[in-house]
Write a protein that binds this ligand. Structure first.
Ligand SMILES: [Zn+2]
Length: 174
């Protein structure tokens, strides 16, 4: 039985045994995730439930929670980002079997190589990262640049220039 999240596991036998793997591991131990982050601090908490559906198809469901440090693409400073990902994977031996999965499952393909709890968790975190990381405008030191971002602005932000104009006009009144 695995004692560390990085230990190699046998997903099919875990599904047969209806095992749950849960634990915690440092972000720094996820080598494919770390290069995508601004800092390798933080921990990942996970729970993976291995089971089979009523027709015997093996799957793993669970959750991954982490707080990662990204780089805000507006101000280029650190941005702490909590990430929660739900795991819904159908365990398949090879690519040919992927087509038989129900639509709500992504494949966990055993032919892709060794699997560990950490490798499953890492894949899900990478998928869950925001495509463009940015602070909320109010929280960003360069939130003033948001006026040039067009579609990413909220309706209330868009109105601001007019509000400022109205203030200016009021000031001009005698
Ligand atoms: Zn920022």
């Amino acid at each position: 039985m695995p004692t560390q999240p990085t230990d190699i596991i046998e997903p099919l036998s875990l599904a047969t045994q209806r095992r749950t793997l849960s634990g915690q591991l440092p972000v720094a131990e996820l080598p494919r995730l770390v290069p995508l982050l601004r800092a390798e601090s933080g921990d990942v908490a996970f729970e993976l439930d291995f089971d089979k559906d009523p027709v015997g198809a093996p799957f793993v469901k669970g959750t991954v929670r982490a707080v990662v440090t990204l780089q805000c693409q507006r101000c280029m400073q650190e941005m702490v980002c909590p990430i929660t990902a739900n795991i819904n994977l159908g365990i398949v031996r090879n690519r040919e079997a992927v087509g038989q999965l129900s639509s709500e499952l992504d494949p966990l393909m055993l032919s892709d190589g060794d699997v560990s709890a950490a490798s499953i968790v890492e894949d899900e975190l990478i998928l869950a990262l925001p495509i463009v990381a940015m602070h909320e405008v109010a929280d960003c030191p360069r939130g003033d640049l948001a006026e040039n971002e067009g579609d990413s602005m909220s309706g209330s932000e868009r109105k601001k220039p007019f509000a400022a104009l109205a203030d200016l006009m009021n000031q001009d009144k005698p």
